[in-house]
Ligand binder design. Structure first.
Ligand code: PAF
Length: 259
């Protein structure tokens, strides 16, 4: 497995891939890899001749009061997991922004509300870095988890609006046996907080079975859970999306309504 740290080396590698005509699968991550990421990697390996995983904690998608500094960075474990999963290249740059960076990708409709309202500037950072990663790795297919539902919507729209030649593959959310959606941020949770987080996941699942009043019902239930602070519950199309704080940890999850 090759570990590439510089933009120039990544550009050379992806240019060679394009010449070879092989399908390239990209799995963009911020590291702290878990079974959710490994599911994306396995799917990419099944569908593409070459798989590149990017590991980059993108500073521009974090707000000033968010967890950029403490975001987990277990680099050695991440590389070991990628090696074991048969990844061909890991692109793990130190920095992707020049000091005079002043060009941004901004999706202005689907990025509003939900995460966009709670985390101003988040999707501008996401869209910008994802387009940079597409340009650097030149994938045929790129793999994203359904857990970040609004991120998926924004990236889909960006790809369509900016004619980016990549096929997006969206993979269902992976959950632990107790129902909690896998997330790198779950490692912040104490055992007591984890119990509260599991309650959040199970109430969301239950709400998805109540299409007539899912959002109102879930809001009411979540407000009653001790140790949990509700950020939002919103029904977008047929998908019920929610964000909560458990202690200092912000968790998001979503589920399609079962009609
Ligand atoms: O979903 C994530 O981990 C990040 O938002 C992404 C897509 C890697 C961009 O930094």
């Amino acid at each position: 497995m090759k570990v590439i740290r510089s933009v120039a080396a990544m550009q050379r590698e992806s240019a060679a891939w394009v010449r070879s005509g092989d399908a390239v699968g990209l799995v963009p991550t911020m590291g702290a890899l878990h079974e959710g990421h490994l599911t994306l990697i396995r799917r990419a390996k099944k569908e593409c001749g070459r798989v590149v995983v990017t590991i980059y904690v993108n500073p521009t998608q974090f707000g000033p009061k968010e967890d950029l500094a403490r975001y987990p960075r277990p680099r050695r474990e991440d590389l070991a997991l990628c090696r074991k999963a048969g990844v061909e290249v890991v692109f793990a740059p130190e920095n992707l922004y020049l000091p005079n960076h002043s060009t941004w990708v901004e999706e202005t409709a689907l990025s509003q509300g939900r995460e966009g309202a709670s985390r101003p500037g988040h999707f501008r950072g996401v869209a910008t870095v994802v387009l940079k990663l597409f340009n650097l790795t030149r994938p045929t297919r790129a793999y994203f988890g359904q857990k970040d539902a609004q991120q998926v919507e924004v990236i889909r729209r960006m790809v369509r609006n900016l004619d980016v030649p990549v096929r997006l593959v969206i993979v269902p959310t992976v959950r632990d046996a107790d129902g909690l959606a896998l997330s790198s941020r779950n490692r912040y949770l104490s055992p007591e907080e984890r119990t509260v987080a599991v309650k959040f996941a199970s109430l969301l699942q239950e709400a998805a079975l109540r299409p007539a009043d899912s959002a109102r019902w879930l809001r009411g239930q979540l407000k009653r859970v001790a140790g949990l602070n509700l950020d939002y519950v919103e029904l977008t199309g047929d998908r019920l999306c929610a964000a909560v704080f458990v202690g200092k940890t912000r968790l998001i999850d979503n589920e399609g309504l079962r009609r």
